[in-house]
Each structure stands twice: as structure tokens, then as C-alpha cells.
Design a protein around this ligand. Structure first.
Ligand code: FAD
Length: 473
């Protein structure tokens, strides 16, 4: 691409945004270098998506083993060894880190360990174990991600007041924990720990858990936390946390004080952009550290792109990767490459899982002036739900009341994360209720609930009694 620079592309950060971008650019012929200051794979692979889901799987196996008797299976005494749970997770992470490293190698991507900083429009300085070096690149992608946001009333000390990064690294569990923040990370970790018999209390400022999701989904997560004896305080502010030798005392608005071994603060993420030398390239971040980009992921300097969590769009790994691919294609010459955030699936890996794509019911109501068709179907109405003992939860489909086009799909239940892909595809293809309902689904499977929910929205679900006619009691 360029002869006057060391590289065609320098990618700063190797999370799901950066590493995917680097590979796609290399596939398209670019000479690429990736600079990473920590472990390859970013937050997602090391302290985010993958470690949490690996730990959650162990918690599921533990729960299932305790329910073995319900299936007629006899097991001995059921217990767990958390050091082994943590060791299994580490093995998974190392395998995946090795996978990314070998993909870099296979695609001829150079990997440099060190902390990168913009030193000019095309120059990047790298400080590492062997001192500081400088390299030049025709194009640069900033993919530096985020770190846990700190609360002034509860500064992290890594032991008593911790972030999610410490929790996923534990090799032994505390007996009790206060989780501050009922967003998806707080809820996932609260349920994970409760499943491993930790006494958990969640404190959330808003009046519901998962405040940005569909309200019906929030109610299900609240039920599931309460069923596992997790204390939940909604609409409550954390005033102060005092950490001592034997534990923490968290004072809440209203005067209540909670005591626990540890306090997890999980109240959002802060972008890693303040030490990136943005000013050297004529760029700046906003007060949250977010770098503004256009739909092709270009910053104000057209040859410098930003992707992933630092763009402040939707802070999820698959969004970072999608942005990485668009940026890579655009900067290697596909001028039409654009980001489209219309259909972005999201999953909360609680138990049961919560999976959503498209609009919430409240958003759809506003978009359609209240004219909606909403269909629900519960997993307890499915043969597969009963056969596998997974009857908790439901599917809700939301469609435009005039055109029947699908607007949103929400699933609460076992394997909701896997079932969501069908909903995402349906929304991407602008499918209607009829198209979802008339797609033949294999039997017996849990995704039959998607078809049934679409039928229900059309007033004709087979495996559900008809809604009472108006005027008939
Ligand atoms: C507990 C937890 C669970 C999560 N679970 C999910 C999930 O289930 N699904 C999902 O989609 N998302 C999940 N996420 C969010 C997901 O991890 C992020 O959206 C994703 O990692 C963002 O990718 P990124 O490429 O923008 O940055 P990151 O993954 O944050 O990677 C950025 C990389 O840049 C490096 N870096 C930073 N500054 C420099 C510098 N100056 N020089 C060199 N390197 C630098 C960092 O060390 C890091 O490796 C979770 C997050 C957390 C914290």
C-alpha cells in the first residue's frame, strides 16, 4: 500500500476490535503491525467475555449436578474446588490467546509488546521492556478499549474493593460480597457467585436491574436473583464503602449499611485514551474518553480510525469486531464499507440467559405510535423444554402493527444466547411475523418458541390456548 512508511497499518490494542481488524487488513494485502501493552486478546479474552462464560459454565455444571436426582441420575456428594474451576478457565484463555497469536503469524502480522502512543500523524512510539522505539504507518487504528470505572466513594484497592477484573482472576471465593451496579456485568457476576454459594447483595441506583434492556427481561433477572437468595436493593445510592481488615461496610442512601467480605464495583467502563497522545495527531476525546468517528470509523484525521469500546457506540465484543472489519475494509480501499448498528444482538449470561435484538417494547411503541403486535410463548409449552428440564422463561416478539415487520425479539431462558442468532438474522432480513411463523422449525427444539411467539402475535399459536374473546370472561 505505502512505500514511505514501515507499515501500511498500525493497530494499537489487540482486543476483539484490534485483532480482527488486523487480520482482515492483512487478508486484503496490508502490511500490519499490532501493538499490545498487556496480554493478547484484550478485555474480552482475558478479563471479560471468555473468562466469565467459562466460570459460568462451571457454575452451571455444579447446579446441574445438584439437580441430577430430578433426572433419575444418582451422583455422589456434589461439591466444587474453586481453584480447579479457575485453573480450567486459565487453560481456556491460554488456548484462545495461542489461537490469536497463531492467526497473526499465519497472516504475516507483526506483534509488538509495549505501550503505544501517537507521536504524530503517522508515527507511533512504543515503550516496552527494551526501551522506546518509533514506527511509522500509512494508517493507524486505535483499539485501546476500556477499564473499569471507579467510584470516588469506593476507590479500588484490589482486595476488599474490587472490579470485575479481579473477580474473574480469583482462585478462591469470599463468603459474602456486595455488588454495586445491576448492569449486565454486575448481574452475571452476582448470579455466578450466588451459584457457587457466596452470599450476594446487589445495589442498583436505578429502579430496575439491566436498566437499558426490555423491562420484562429485567423482571425475570430480578426473580432469578431472588430465587437464589441474592439481596437486591433498587433505587438506592452507594454513599460510602469502608474497607477494613476483615471486610467492607457499604453505606447506602436511606441509612442502611451492608457488611460483606468484599465489595465489587461494576458501574461502567472508562475508555483508555488519555495517554494515547491523541493531541499529537490533532485528535481529542470527550470527557468520558470517547473518540468520535464517522460511519466508516474514521476520526477527524482521515487516515486514523478508532474502533471498539472507545467509540462509545455499543460496548460489546462483537460490535468491536464488526467495526474492526469495516475499518479494515475501508482503509484498504473498499470505500463503501459502513457500520450499521440497526441489528445488534446482546446477551446477558445470567441463569436463565437474557438475549435481545432490536427494539424493546417501549422503544417499539414509541416508534410505531403504539400500534404493535406482540407475541409471547413460554418454554414450558414446548416438548423440548419439558424433556430437557428447561422450562423457565419465554420468547417475546415485537412487530409493527401495520406491516407485521419484526422490530424486536427478546428471549429469557436456557440457551437464549444460541437462539438469538435466528432472531438477529430475521431482523437483518427485515422479516415479518408471517415469515418467522411459516419457517419450519425442527421438532423438538427450543427455537420452536420463536415460531410459536410469532404465531401468537398473529393470534394463532398452536400450543397455547386462544386469548379470551373481548366481552367473554
Ligand atoms: C466482565 C466483562 C464481561 C463481558 N462480557 C461480554 C460478553 O459476554 N459479550 C460481549 O460482547 N462483550 C462482553 N464484554 C465487553 C467486551 O469485553 C468489550 O466490549 C470488548 O473487549 C471491547 O473490545 P475492544 O477491542 O474495544 O477493546 P479491549 O478488549 O478492551 O482491548 C483493548 C486492548 O488495548 C490494549 N491497550 C490499551 N491501551 C494501549 C496502548 N496505549 N498501547 C498498547 N495497547 C493498549 C489493552 O491492553 C487491551 O488489550 C465484557 C466485559 C467485561 C468487563
Amino acid at each position: 500500500m505505502s512505500t514511505q512508511h514501515d507499515y501500511d497499518l498500525a493497530v494499537i490494542g489487540s482486543g476483539p476490535g484490534g485483532y480482527v481488524c488486523a487480520i482482515r487488513a492483512a487478508q486484503r494485502g496490508a502490511k500490519v503491525v499490532v501493538i499490545e501493552r498487556d496480554r493478547v486478546g484484550g478485555v474480552c479474552l482475558n478479563v471479560g467475555c471468555i473468562p466469565t462464560k467459562t466460570l459460568i459454565r462451571s457454575a452451571e455444571v455444579y447446579s446441574l449436578a445438584r439437580q441430577a436426582g430430578d433426572f433419575g441420575v444418582t451422583v455422589g456428594e456434589v461439591g466444587f474446588d474453586y481453584a480447579k474451576v479457575a485453573a480450567r478457565k486459565e487453560k481456556v484463555l491460554e488456548t484462545l490467546r495461542g489461537g490469536v497469536r497463531s492467526l497473526f503469524k499465519a497472516n504475516g502480522i507483526e506483534y509488538v509488546a509495549g505501550t503505544a502512543r501517537l507521536a504524530g500523524q503517522h508515527r507511533v512510539s512504543v515503550a516496552g521492556g527494551e526501551g522506546e522505539a518509533e514506527l511509522s504507518a500509512a494508517k493507524i487504528v486505535l483499539a485501546t478499549g476500556t477499564r473499569p470505572a471507579e467510584l470516588p466513594v469506593a476507590p479500588f484497592d484490589g482486595e476488599r474493593i474490587v472490579s470485575s477484573s479481579e473477580v474473574v482472576g480469583w482462585t478462591a471465593l469470599p463468603e459474602s460480597i456486595v455488588v454495586v451496579g445491576g448492569g449486565y456485568i454486575g448481574c452475571e457476576l452476582a448470579l455466578l457467585l450466588a451459584q457457587f454459594d457466596v452470599k450476594v447483595t446487589v445495589v442498583e441506583l436505578m429502579d430496575r436491574l439491566l436498566p437499558v434492556g426490555d423491562a420484562d427481561c429485567s423482571k425475570e433477572v430480578l426473580k432469578s436473583l431472588k430465587r437464589r437468595k441474592v439481596g437486591v436493593h433498587l433505587g438506592v445510592k452507594l454513599e460510602e464503602v469502608k474497607a477494613g481488615k476483615s471486610g467492607v461496610k457499604a453505606r447506602l442512601s436511606g441509612g442502611k449499611t451492608l457488611e460483606a467480605d468484599v465489595c465489587l464495583v461494576s458501574v461502567g467502563r472508562r475508555a483508555n485514551t488519555e495517554d494515547l497522545g491523541l493531541e499529537a495527531a490533532g485528535l481529542q476525546a470527550d470527557e468520558r474518553g470517547i473518540v468520535a468517528v464517522d460511519e466508516c470509523l474514521r476520526t477527524r484525521s482521515a487516515h486514523i480510525y478508532a474502533i471498539g469500546d472507545i467509540t462509545g457506540k455499543i460496548q460489546l465484543a462483537h460490535v468491536a469486531s464488526a467495526q474492526g472489519m469495516v475499518a479494515a475494509e475501508h482503509l484498504t480501499g473498499r470505500a463503501t464499507a459502513r457500520m450499521d448498528y440497526r441489528v445488534v444482538p446482546s446477551v446477558v449470561f445470567t441463569s436463565p440467559e437474557v438475549a435481545s435484538v432490536g427494539m424493546t417494547e417501549a422503544e417499539a411503541k414509541e416508534a410505531c405510535g403504539g400500534k404493535l403486535k406482540v407475541g409471547r410463548f413460554a418454554f414450558r409449552g414446548l416438548g423440548k423444554g419439558l424433556a430437557s428440564g428447561e422450562t423457565e422463561g419465554w420468547v417475546k416478539v415485537i412487530a409493527d402493527g401495520a406491516t407485521n415487520e419484526l422490530l424486536g425479539l427478546h428471549i429469557v431462558g436456557a440457551h437464549a444466547s444460541e437462539m438469538l442468532a435466528e432472531g438477529a438474522m430475521a431482523l437483518e432480513l427485515e422479516a415479518t411475523l408471517e415469515e418467522l411463523a411459516e419457517t419450519i422449525h425442527a421438532h423438538p427444539t427450543l427455537p420452536e418458541a420463536l415460531m410459536e411467539a410469532a404465531e401468537a402475535a398473529l393470534g394463532r399459536a398452536i400450543h397455547m390456548p386462544p386469548a379470551p374473546k373481548k366481552g367473554v370472561s
